[in-house]
Design a protein around this ligand. Structure first.
Ligand code: ZN
Length: 571
């Protein structure tokens, strides 16, 4: 997901104009914005509900069955902003049980569930359905059900951050429809097991639209069926495991062109879908897809979905990391809607949405969090991926400036890791602070070849898997050879930034860490009088070193995200 940035001037200007038109919308938008802006605080204080537990935990009604395959078929009624569809859910029985949890959010409703020529009974509990089989199913059995559903899905107010359906029009008045659902969950538009721990091995997405329009979803377009009622069904097949929020449909009068890039795993197909009016500028602008794949493959290893190709698809919102179908709405500008989030200028040399969302193909779609509380696995690595892109094309100094520039956006008000089992992500610091955490760790490792092999190693060893933060932390500790427990506790689970306290007296430098968690002893390079570089390993206890001459000042390696403070030593 793109960073939510509170200074989105473009959106706010257009919003202001629409506000002037209608007092009702003024009030409505004010409430919504107050909600969005205060969301982290509200989320922090709010007690969690039973619905949050059903949504965010691996309930007994989820645990007993393993997803194998989804066949999702949806007919989209654009004038009525409604959908009708089925999802055929193929699964393996891991443990004998009789009741299955399927998620579908109001106001959508399940209308029928088929199983072996019978209708199953079910009860609804808010956004969750408990579907009952006639008997307990046998362990090891491969089975499937067909879930029918219909209704008007939630309309997204501020996609992609709140999610739902966007029913928009292009400049020529043609429908321009898109889905987005990270966080809120894919059950906002289709019935599924809406938890990230379990992914289908593959998936078919069949979208029926008016004949004049095109649907672009994930994977490869297998066929188009021309229906007798004049409508068309687009069949998209995803041949790899896919996380639920990665599934998408985008409907417009798209123009399409193809290209290829010669990558680490051979020839990768690139497909581009944009609105007709943007065709000329998009052909030029989307050339950055080549640079993106090249740089990210260098750092992270082969693009993880060669079989499904890579697409950039224009949408009526900022953008999202939909798997093999990166959606794009950055208005063909450099940076983030024309602005550089790092404030250094380096962010204006490329398109934030193309690079950031594509980095999620590795960190989100290939290596995926099991619980959204660990969303840093997606966002910290994707934001760090921006810096690695900068490094690949503009050099290490540019990358350091870019990452250090991002520190302005760090709030340190809430930990990066959220609350487990209730579908609660952590602080937005997972973007800028997460990138700084990774760069700080790289500086500690002090071996770029090893660092790159750790990044590529995680992509290989966690290939197409859902993981926990513990797995990531242990992997990085094991493969860097460092003790990192306190390091990750400090930056992921605490809001304090380590402070290097020091005192200078003639030739002597005394120093220690404060503001740290137990056991935090990260070494750091300091420079004495802009001349001599010294590695020190501060702890909570005062230590001292003696220089050859009187010390006037010290500086700390800017790559390391700590603060320094000259103090009077207390004995
Ligand atoms: Zn993101």
């Amino acid at each position: 997901m793109a960073l939510f940035h509170s200074q989105q001037t473009h959106s706010f200007q257009s919003l202001y104009l629409s506000m002037k038109k209608n007092l009702y919308y003024l009030i409505l938008y004010s409430i919504v914005f107050a909600f969005i802006i205060n969301m982290p605080l509200i989320g922090y204080a709010q007690p969690f509900t039973h619905q949050d537990t059903l949504r965010g935990s691996i309930t007994p009604e989820r645990e007993w069955w393993d997803l194998h395959y989804y066949d999702l078929a949806i007919d989209v009624d654009i004038p009525n902003k409604s959908i009708t569809g089925t999802n055929t859910i193929y699964f393996t029985v891991l443990k004998s049980a009789q009741v299955m949890q399927i998620d579908l959010q109001e106001p959508l409703a399940i209308t029928q569930v088929d199983y072996k020529n019978h209708h199953l009974t079910y009860t609804r509990e808010g956004n969750v359905y408990h579907i009952k089989f006639p008997n307990a199913l046998t362990t090891g059995a491969h089975d499937h059900i067909v879930v029918h559903y219909a209704g008007n899905p939630v309309v997204a107010v501020h996609p992609p951050w709140d999610g739902g359906l966007t029913w928009s029009k292009d400049t020529n008045g043609n429908p321009f429809v898109a889905t987005s659902c990270q966080g809120i969950g894919s059950s906002i538009w289709w019935p599924c097991k809406d938890h990230m721990y379990d992914e289908p091995d593959s998936m078919l997405i069949r979208i029926t639209t008016p004949a004049s329009l095109t649907d672009v979803s994930n994977g490869r377009l297998r066929q188009i069926d021309y229906l007798s009622n004049g409508r068309k069904t687009f069949q998209w097949f995803v041949s790899n495991p896919i996380n639920n929020y990665g599934v998408n449909m985008n409907i417009a009068r798209y123009v399409h062109w193809v290209d290829t890039v010669h990558g680490e795993k051979g020839v990768l197909d690139l497909d581009f879908y944009v609105l007709p009016d943007n065709y000329e500028k998009a052909r030029e602008h989307f050339k950055d897809a080549h640079r993106t794949i090249k740089a990210l493959e260098y750092w992270f290893g082969p693009y993880p979905f060669y079989e499904d190709g890579f697409k950039l698809v224009e949408v009526p919102y900022l953008g999202m990391e939909h798997q093999s179908s990166v959606t794009y709405g950055n208005q063909y500008q450099m940076g983030y809607l024309g602005r550089d989030l790092s404030g250094t200028g380096w962010g204006l040399k490329w398109d934030y949405i193309i690079i950031h969302e594509s980095a999620h193909e590795w960190w989100a779609n290939n290596v995926t969090y099991k619980d959204i509380a660990d969303m840093w696995i997606h966002e910290s690595f994707a934001t760090y991926g921006e810096a690695l892109f900068v490094e690949y094309y503009y050099g290490p100094q540019a990358a350091i400036e870019y990452i250090v520039g991002y520190r302005e956006d760090i709030g340190n008000k809430k930990p990066i890791i959220g609350t487990y089992n209730v579908n609660q992500e952590g602080s937005g610091d997972m973007y800028p602070k997460g990138a700084n955490l990774l760069h700080t760790l790289r500086t500690w490792v002090n071996d770029d070849a090893k660092w790159r092999s750790v990044l590529r190693g995680m992509q290989k060893d966690f290939y197409h898997q859902t993981v926990t933060t513990q797995q990531v932390e242990e992997y990085m500790a094991q493969h860097t050879g460092l003790e990192l427990k306190a390091f990750f506790n400090q930056y992921l689970r605490d809001i304090r930034i380590p402070v290097l306290e020091y005192q200078i007296k003639d030739k002597k430098l005394s120093y220690r860490y404060t503001n740290i968690v137990d056991g935090f002893t990260m070494p750091v390079h300091i420079t004495i009088d802009n001349a001599e570089k010294v590695k020190i390993t501060p702890t909570v206890k005062w230590q001292e070193i003696t220089h050859t001459s009187n010390i006037r000042m010290i500086s700390v390696d800017p790559s390391v995200y700590i603060e320094k403070n000259m103090v009077e030593k207390k004995k």
